[in-house]
Design a protein around this ligand. Structure first.
Ligand code: XBP
Ligand code: MG
Length: 255
């Protein structure tokens, strides 16, 4: 089956947003609410095992701050913290705090030139995706993506397949014509459960994750003048992720 569409994760894959973006925004929201919670970088690494900001706050209370006197309306309390967090996060991105990872912009341009369809499948809040795209690629880049599947649009977040399945349905596309880009264990599990082949680019938080079954595991997408490092799999002597390489991997994974 010929490759038709690329589906991108956002956090960790398109940009290194977690440690210096989401984490900082959570801490600012906690401070606003008069809470003394401090999610330092190592703790945040543990909290990343749960995707979704609201889900992550609840996981923190359940596992790492069990002594906290919970308000009766806990859902509303968490939703309020999360709303403030989103405001901080989008403001940080508007200040240009987080660039795209190497090779991402080039690959998107190449994909468009090759006539491939594009989609986003992410756990993060839609406003966060918009803030990243608008502030790195310009407002028109929102239209490059046929579907931006994000956040609470599906009830079960990654590692559940739902967000990928939703994106495929919206595109009227079967999984054998798609190819996913991810950075984490929860991400690859989600894409694989939706029957998509997956290329991984790791980051500081995910380098030790189990990426069994990935088409290729790389340090990053690479650029012609800044080659990637292959961590697992066969890149056929190529040194940056091009559409030719993605097509080759897609073919190999569907054989
Ligand atoms: C991304 C996430 C998100 C962000 C926070 O996972 O886990 O929860 O950290 O976003 P993935 P919100 O890259 O696998 O999609 O606070 O907006 O939920
Ligand atoms: Mg991710």
């Amino acid at each position: 089956m010929a490759l038709e569409a690329l589906l991108f994760d956002v956090d960790g894959t398109m940009a290194d947003t977690e440690r210096d973006g989401h984490r900082i925004a959570f801490n600012l929201a906690f401070a606003d609410a008069g809470l003394d919670w401090d999610w330092d970088a190592p703790l945040y690494g543990k909290l990343l095992s749960v995707t979704g900001g609201k889900e992550r706050i609840r996981y923190y209370l359940d596992q790492f701050n069990t002594g906290f006197a919970r308000p009766e309306a806990l859902d509303d309390f968490i939703a309020g913290l999360h709303k403030a967090k989103t405001a901080h996060y989008t403001r940080l991105l508007a200040q240009g705090a987080i660039p795209l990872r190497p090779g991402v912009e080039r690959l998107l341009h190449e994909a468009r030139e090759a006539g491939l369809r594009l989609a986003i499948a992410t756990t993060t809040t839609p406003a966060n995706v918009e803030a990243l795209l608008v502030n790195t690629l310009g407002r028109e880049s929102m239209d490059w993506f046929e579907v931006i599947a994000a956040g609470d649009i599906v009830p079960a977040k990654k590692p559940a397949p739902d967000i990928y399945t939703y994106a495929l349905e919206q595109m009227n596309l079967t999984a054998d014509k798609g190819f996913a880009f991810e950075d984490s264990r929860n991400g690859i599990l989600s894409a694989q459960a939706a029957d998509l082949p997956v290329l991984i680019t790791v980051n500081g938080y995910t380098a030790a994750d189990d990426f069994s079954g990935a088409a290729l595991v790389l340090s990053d997408m690479g650029e012609p003048d800044a080659p990637f490092t292959v961590l697992a799999g066969e890149a056929n002597a190529m040194s940056y992720v091009s559409i030719d390489l993605v097509k080759l991997l897609h073919q190999r994974m569907s054989a």
